[in-house]
Design a protein around this ligand. Structure first.
Ligand SMILES: NC(=O)c1ccc[n+]([C@@H]2O[C@H](COP(=O)([O-])OP(=O)(O)OC[C@H]3O[C@@H](n4cnc5c(N)ncnc54)[C@H](O)[C@@H]3O)[C@@H](O)[C@H]2O)c1
Length: 257
């Protein structure tokens, strides 16, 4: 039986991943601000530290998988909080639990980015650079006056870049840990619904083309990709950003490769 830690396990995509892993007979240690085995706020140092000690208490010295899924949407008014949860909370979780993954069985970690990371223009605020420099105070300050869509997309771009920079390195691939990311498109979850209900963001989300034509994605469709990347069938995947978005990114950026 594998032990998989999932942040953001109480809702949406994280909850769908949890359900699939438990249905397969593996063990999940869920982390969330509510309704989870480990209740912790990943926006701040204290909660991030609690996750490490609590995971050690619950799972011992080794875990086999990690999904960094907790996140806040672009409609959240506190832009500094989007930065701290989406980028710094995710990177802190991945970094601090890496030693436990290194002792796991065929270990694999998956970060949840977004197709908005490249579809929304990066801009010149310096937010992505501040994130990748690990300068949380500056990143939080820069994000204040930047519009929510750009803040959100910048945090997800920085997270995807962090995955690509680290996955092939000595601490990850070199230690036998596969690190990858999933970039979902619009998926029907409470996070998306908050955006749809927002007068500023709702029309843009509704108007965005999804070529497959079946409407927004379902959390289970993203969970399928995450479970694939966690498992043995993805044993040669390292540093990949797997788009699961109904074709939106290919439509908008078709010559990006
Ligand atoms: N739904 C989409 O359309 C979509 C698209 C692209 C990427 N994503 C990403 O997928 C991930 C999951 O989103 P979702 O749509 O399932 O949203 P969701 O709101 O249903 O779930 C997010 C979970 O993260 C938790 N969380 C939020 N802040 C936290 C904090 N400070 N500490 C710990 N947990 C916290 C929430 O309590 C919630 O359970 C997010 O990273 C999101 O950015 C979602």
């Amino acid at each position: 039986m594998r032990t998989i830690v999932i942040t953001g396990s109480a809702s949406g995509i994280g909850a769908a991943v949890l359900a699939q892993i438990e249905a397969a007979g593996d063990r999940v240690v869920g982390v969330d601000v509510r309704d989870a085995e480990i209740v912790a706020d990943l926006s701040a140092e204290e909660g991030r530290a609690r996750v490490v000690s609590a995971v050690r208490e619950q799972a011992g010295d080794a875990i086999d998988g990690l999904v960094a899924c907790a996140g806040l949407g672009p409609q959240v008014a506190a832009h500094d909080r989007i930065v701290s949860v989406n980028y710094f909370g995710a990177v802190a979780t991945l970094t601090s639990l890496r030693a436990l993954l290194a002792k796991g069985n065929a270990p694999s970690a998956v970060a949840i980015s977004s197709n908005s990371s490249r579809i929304v223009p990066e801009g010149d605020s310096g937010l992505v650079a501040a994130c990748l420099d690990g300068d949380e105070a500056s990143a939080r300050r820069i994000a204040g006056p930047v519009d929510g869509s750009t803040v959100y997309a910048n945090t997800k771009l920085a997270l995807a870049r962090w995955v690509r920079r680290n996955a092939p390195g000595a601490e990850w691939a070199g230690a036998g840990i596969r690190l990858n990311a999933v970039a979902p498109g619009a998926v029907q979850t409470p996070l998306l619904q908050e955006g749809l209900d927002d007068p500023q963001f709702g029309p843009a989300i509704r108007g965005f083309p999804i070529p497959l034509g079946a409407g927004f994605g379902r959390p289970e469709q993203i969970a399928d990709a995450v479970v694939f990347l966690l498992g043995a069938r993805a044993s040669f995947c390292c540093g990949t950003i797997l788009y699961v978005d109904g074709g939106s990114d290919a439509l908008v950026r078709r010559d990006a490769y």
